[in-house]
Design a protein around this ligand. Structure first.
Ligand code: PGA
Length: 251
């Protein structure tokens, strides 16, 4: 059975106290949640240890937004997958377009980070998506296919099953410009088709594919009503309790 997930990606926002307050507020509101969506808080590293005490790992989980490509040692400023896992986090966002664009998280680096995550029992939320030029030149399917092939499809089926895929058209991230419901469904069906070709029907059916990019309470319902959209990776709207819970309840 495919899991339905709403994951927040806080990016570089919230002091420790502000973050803990936000989780408290959302956890409170989630007490009246009626669907069986899983909720994931994707916080900065500094929140993880504290936030690890505030998730139940049954319906509410914790995620880092990155981890090091190496296991341990003299890498000043880095945080390893095993350190992330020691906080109680069970997920890590990898391949986000901002990391790809500003921090050189290319396919080679991402392959190492995914391996580190999996070796430490973290489930990668693996992000893929095209930039505007690539969509306008109708190259978006090729780009997304290459992003899958160069990292995710190097995994055995057993390891691939631990991934959550997040399709985030880069032109829709933080821009207020959402992919239309049809555009999202078209790409999600394409991605699931690639997974089917590579790993077969069962793995394809069981893979959670999230949509990300200016998702908000007012458009979440329509996006999530698509058969191949299994939830969302939420940036800006995950920073406000009402918006985030509104999106969760739309699933
Ligand atoms: P956004 O960000 O919801 O603010 O567009 C999504 C993301 O970058 O994961």
């Amino acid at each position: 059975m495919r899991k339905l997930i709403v994951a927040g990606n806080w990016k570089m926002n919230k002091s420790l106290n502000e973050g803990i307050e936000l989780i408290n507020e959302i956890n409170e509101k989630l007490k009246s949640k009626t669907n069986d969506a899983l909720v994931i808080y994707g916080t900065p590293f500094i929140h993880l240890a504290e936030a690890g005490k505030m998730v139940d790992n049954k319906s509410i989980f914790l995620s880092a937004q990155n981890c090091a490509a190496e296991a341990s040692g003299a890498y000043t400023g880095e945080v390893s997958a095993s350190m992330v896992a020691s906080t109680g986090a069970q997920y890590v966002i990898l391949g986000h377009s901002e990391r790809r664009a500003y921090y050189n998280d290319n396919d080679e680096v991402l392959t190492k980070k995914v391996d580190q995550a999996l070796s430490n029992q973290l489930n990668p939320i693996f992000c893929i998506g095209e930039v505007l030029d690539e969509r306008e030149s109708e190259n978006h399917f090729n780009v997304v296919k290459a992003q899958m092939e160069n990292v995710a499809f190097k995994l055995s089926a057993d390891d691939f099953k631990k991934l959550v895929i997040a399709y985030e058209p880069v032109w829709a991230i933080g821009t207020g410009k959402t992919a239309t419901s049809d555009q999202a469904q078209e790409m999600h069906a394409f991605i699931r088709g690639l997974i089917r070709e590579k790993y077969g029907e069962q793995v394809a059916d069981d893979t959670t594919i999230l949509y990300g990019g200016s998702c908000k309470p007012s458009n979440a319902n329509e996006l999530f009503s698509n058969p191949d959209v299994d939830g969302g990776l939420i940036g800006g709207a995950s920073l406000k309790a009402d918006d985030f819970v509104g999106i969760i309840n739309a699933l």
